[in-house]
Design a protein around this ligand. Structure first.
Ligand SMILES: Nc1ncnc2c1ncn2[C@@H]1O[C@H](COP(=O)(O)OP(=O)(O)OP(=O)(O)O)[C@@H](O)[C@H]1O
Length: 243
């Protein structure tokens, strides 16, 4: 698969008179995991939602050189942009299969798409008829990722995907995300702290008060340092290089 590329150029999001994102320029090349880090309220979700088209914005979003900024969310999804939203946004009173079916219909996919979506996380096959509300947090997140992957997206936006999950689940999801990036998907993950994701992140941006204040190309550890410098927090002693 060839590598895809998402470009966000001069993107701004306003809610009434309040500015959530100001003139953000971010590139997400396929083949790498790109992170967007910033404190709570920095505008990470707003930027991701604007790329997906579910909040209004100004600026330009292009996917593989084609402008998608004027498309509605369903059309952007069909163009290849997928999102794992913060808070998951599943239908808790529908079962696993029906939650996937809803996305299959949105993307105009054949019935077999539901079955294919389960290949990444086989444990979900054993839960097909379970109501989503009774799944564990980890299973729900696997379902959200499976749902996002149904249309074989070119761009995957992940909003605080790891929050509140057990370390083993985080590792499994991180492996999946890295694999997708290596397949050429342009992966952008937003987190308020990288934590264990430091080791899977290749490059990224620091967002503070809606503005991109730093860009880092040298991996998650360097991005973490840039983030700490931007918000004026020192790295804990155990994370500092020795010697
Ligand atoms: N629907 C909305 N209406 C009005 N203001 C909003 C709305 N959504 C977000 N905001 C405001 O926009 C700013 C950016 O919020 P956003 O959720 O994008 O940040 P974030 O970095 O994702 O934060 P968090 O990590 O807490 O989700 C915040 O000041 C927030 O209060």
């Amino acid at each position: 698969m060839s590598a895809h590329e998402l470009k966000v150029d001069g993107l701004s999001v306003r809610y009434g008179h309040a500015s959530a994102v100001t003139d953000a320029t971010v590139t997400v090349p396929g083949g790498t995991v790109t992170a967007l880090v910033g404190p709570n309220g920095a505008g990470k979700s707003s930027l991701l939602l604007a790329v997906y088209g579910s909040v209004p914005s100004t600026g330009k979003v292009t996917l593989d050189g084609e402008e998608v900024s004027r498309l509605r969310p369903a059309a952007r999804a069909r163009a290849g942009i997928a999102i794992v939203p913060q808070g998951r946004q599943l239908f808790p009173h529908l079962n696993v299969a029906d939650n996937l079916q809803v996305m299959a219909e949105l993307l105009h996919l054949p019935k077999s798409a539901v079955d294919n979506a389960l290949d990444r996380f086989p444990i979900l096959r054993t839960r097909l008829r379970s109501l989503v509300g009774v799944l564990s947090g980890g299973e729900q997140q696997m379902l959200v990722v499976s749902r996002a992957l149904m249309g074989s997206p070119k761009v995957l936006l992940l909003d605080e995907m790891m929050t509140g999950l057990a370390p083993l689940i985080v590792q499994e999801l991180a492996r999946t995300v890295t694999g997708l990036a290596r397949e050429g998907v342009a992966v952008l993950l937003a987190e308020p702290a990288l934590g264990v994701l430091r080791s899977v992140v290749d490059r990224g941006y620091v967002l503070v008060r809606g503005e991109v204040v730093a860009q880092e190309e040298d991996g998650g550890r360097a991005l973490d340092d840039a983030y700490r410098a931007a918000i004026g927090v020192e790295r804990p002693r155990e994370l500092r290089p020795t010697g």
